[in-house]
Every structure is written in structure tokens, then in C-alpha cells.
Design a protein around this ligand. Structure first.
Ligand code: VGL
Length: 180
């Protein structure tokens, strides 16, 4: 069965200079670019919100569809991406998990591609990485979270660490990129 890299929300608004910036947003990109060569398939999610999304009652406005902030981090090696997954596209749709994608059925796509293992990287550890990894485990994929290729929002100190513990307890394996 195939191994797939699932890159979560590596978008301008979550990276330095963006409206919901995570400090390490650029630093993880070279690691992710290298991982692209170690898998059979590369899937990338994009938060893709309508301007008036109720999601923005909880968060600063970010990743509005078709804006600069919603574009992928320019350092990411886009030509190696096999499939883009859009999420959070409805007016009341938070879209934390990659499996909430609306442009395709992600479980259906992964099944069709014969994917057995998912290597999850990207932003943010305590929100969309967490939600995607927990869903991936629940759906029965061998789920690896690559600890040096993720970063947390950390609204409260320790949120990222707490999310990693939760993913591990749910059955996700925590690995470093050089172990892949
Ligand atoms: C995310 C906070 C709000 C994420 C999305 O991509 O993890 N975090 N919306």
C-alpha cells in the first residue's frame, strides 16, 4: 500500500507576516519539501473560508478563498503536489480536519489511491494537524505525525504539547523526519 504525505494548511496567513502567523511557519517548509521525495503521494490541505464565515467569530480573519493569505507558502515545492484538498468552505464550516474537505471525499480518494499510511505535517499542531491526525487514526490509516515538521498556535503555552500527547494516545505515531 502507498505512503502519502498530508501537508496541512501551509498557507501564507499561518506563516510569518500572515493574519494568524505561527513563528516556525517558514522553518518547517524545507523539511516538508524533502519529505515529498520519500512518499508515493503528496496531498495538501488549504483552509478556504468565505469572507463572512462564522469561523471568524473565534479567530482573526484568515485564509479567505482566493486571497493572498490563502495561497500556499511560496517556499513549498508546489509542483510535487498530487492533490489539493479545500476545507472550511461553507459559511458555518470550521474545517479543522482534512477529512472535512468539500472539493473531494478525502477517504474516497485515499482508498482509490490505495494509501495505507499517512505522514502528517504542517500547521497547526493544536488545531488542524490534531483534528486531521485523530480522524486519520479513527479511519484506520497508519498515522504518523512528523514532530519537526509541525508547529502550534499555542494560544496557551503547552497547547501543542497537549495535542501531541492526545494524538499519541489515540494511536498516532510520533516520528522525526530523519526517521522516515
Ligand atoms: C487553524 C486555527 C484556526 C489550523 C485553522 O490550520 O490549524 N488554526 N483555523
Amino acid at each position: 500500500m502507498k505512503k502519502a504525505l498530508l501537508i496541512v494548511d501551509l498557507q501564507n496567513d499561518f506563516c510569518p507576516g500572515g493574519s494568524l502567523a505561527i513563528k516556525e511557519g517558514n522553518e518547517i517548509v524545507p523539511i516538508i519539501n524533502e519529505l515529498m521525495d520519500k512518499v508515493d503521494l503528496v496531498i495538501t490541505t488549504q483552509d478556504w473560508h468565505p469572507q463572512d464565515s462564522t469561523h471568524f467569530e473565534n479567530w482573526p480573519v484568515h485564509c479567505v478563498a482566493n486571497t493572498e493569505g490563502a495561497k500556499l507558502n511560496p517556499i513549498l515545492n508546489e509542483h510535487k503536489i498530487d492533490q489539493i484538498v479545500l476545507k472550511g468552505t461553507g459559511p458555518d464550516d470550521h474545517g479543522y480536519s482534512a477529512f472535512d474537505a468539500t472539493n473531494i471525499s478525502l477517504p474516497g480518494y485515499l482508498k482509490e489511491q490505495n494509501v495505507g499510511s499517512l505522514y502528517i505535517v504542517g500547521l497547526a499542531t493544536d488545531y488542524c494537524v490534531r483534528a486531521s491526525a485523530l480522524d486519520a487514526c479513527k479511519l484506520g490509516f497508519h498515522t504518523y505525525v512528523v514532530t519537526d515538521a509541525i508547529a502550534a498556535v499555542d494560544l496557551e503555552v503547552g497547547d501543542g504539547k497537549k495535542a501531541m500527547d492526545e494524538m499519541y494516545k489515540a494511536g498516532c505515531l510520533l516520528v522525526k523526519s530523519d526517521e522516515i
